[in-house]
Design a protein around this ligand. Structure first.
Ligand code: ADP
Ligand code: MG
Length: 338
């Protein structure tokens, strides 16, 4: 590790790109040109349609300032994998635009690249190019992902139909609880809290399960801003209502411990906390068996949490008719929410 602890760019931009991003993985054969030229060249393969998405992580927004750089690099990949998983697609290639603070210590930049490459390896992704700039602003990683759709149709937000059931993978609210624990550390730190913090720092979107969604799901979205907000997007796009049972929301055991020890509102967090990167989807009742098979095949927990209604299009509400809201918004309508 050259220049440990020293300033990030001291040996120059090219050396930095070389050290952090180039030649750290074996590239799949369709990558004819990766890092090193002005643009990457990808061979056309016979196969499904292309799927493309871009998402950024910004220090101070998606991670607390000064948090571990390895986790930050991981998260840049994970948030994008989550978007492709929600479409039922398989991510293949990544392009990274890195805005690095000029005064960032070199070992933090190395950590960033390490976590990034761990996540690329986890989901079998090839980094084929990018851009590296020094910035006067906060550390920002913008990742563009290209992937493939193996089925004929992507899973969209607009396909939910009255009578469909609503499901969610994994457990909810953990990442938001982890962030609260880091922002306001309690006097007594329980072992379970480490797991919640990990859920915030290193999300693991259920990609294998997501790839099976086209086989049974009528609509899908990843839970990034909060369940109520994200299901609201399905309700609006599909022109349906969603009746959600708050009692059915899946909570983890560490979440239970945290709520019990701190008086934290587990169900509120499950409904409105962001960044779980689980998948919420709707499926017709007849798809039950295909859904079960996918759960077993990918070892993914799924919970039935509600139903799609013809009434109240665009709304998410509980069985008592109470409207359910809440979720992270980068540009909130009312100033009190900022
Ligand atoms: P250009 O001046 O043409 O934009 P650069 O000097 O910025 O080229 O980049 C040189 C090579 O390194 C290019 O192939 C580019 O795709 C790659 N690259 C630059 N930054 C990154 C990064 N953060 N991650 C991956 N590849 C990168
Ligand atoms: Mg160029």
């Amino acid at each position: 590790m050259p220049n440990e602890g020293g300033p990030i760019g001291a040996p120059g931009e090219e050396e930095l790109i070389q050290a952090l991003f180039r030649g750290r993985q074996a590239l799949p054969e369709e990558v004819r040109l990766g890092i090193g030229d002005d643009a990457a060249v990808l061979a056309e393969r016979v196969g499904g349609d292309w799927v493309a998405a871009v998402d950024s992580v910004i220090e101070g927004i998606h991670a607390l300032p000064g948090s571990p750089p390895e986790a930050f690099g991981w998260k840049a990949v994970a948030v994008n994998v989550s978007d492709l998983a929600a479409m039922g697609a398989t991510p293949r290639h990544a392009l990274l635009a890195a805005a690095l603070p000029r005064d960032m210590p070199r070992d933090r930049a190395e950590g960033l690249a390490t976590g990034l490459h761990e996540a690329l390896a986890e989901w079998d992704l090839a980094l084929v190019g990018g851009d590296t700039d020094a910035t006067p602003g906060p550390l920002t990683l913008s990742l563009t992902l290209l992937g493939r759709l193996e089925s004929d149709d992507p899973v969209r937000r607009s396909g939910a139909r009255p009578g469909d059931r609503v499901y969610v993978t994994g457990t909810l609210g953990d990442a938001a609880a982890g962030l609260t624990l880091l922002s306001e550390p309690p006097e007594q730190w329980l072992p379970a809290y480490d797991w919640l913090v990990e859920r915030h720092r290193r999300p693991r979107p259920p990609l294998a399960f997501g790839r099976s969604l086209p086989g049974f799901a009528s609509a899908g979205i990843d839970v990034s801003d909060g369940l109520a907000a994200d299901l609201g997007r399905i309700a609006v796009a599909s022109g349906v209502g969603i009746e959600l049972d708050p009692q059915a929301l899946p909570l983890s055991a560490p979440m239970g411990e945290w709520a019990w020890a701190s008086g934290g509102q587990a169900r509120r967090y499950a409904l409105a906390g962001g960044e779980d990167f689980e998948l919420a989807f709707t499926a017709p009742t007849g798809a039950f068996e295909a859904l079960h098979r996918a759960q077993y095949a990918t070892d993914t927990r799924c919970s039935a949490i509600g139903r799609v209604t013809p009434e109240r299009p665009g709304e998410v509400f509980d069985p008592g008719g109470e409207i359910l809201t809440g979720g992270y918004d980068h540009f909130p309508a009312s100033p009190e929410d900022r």
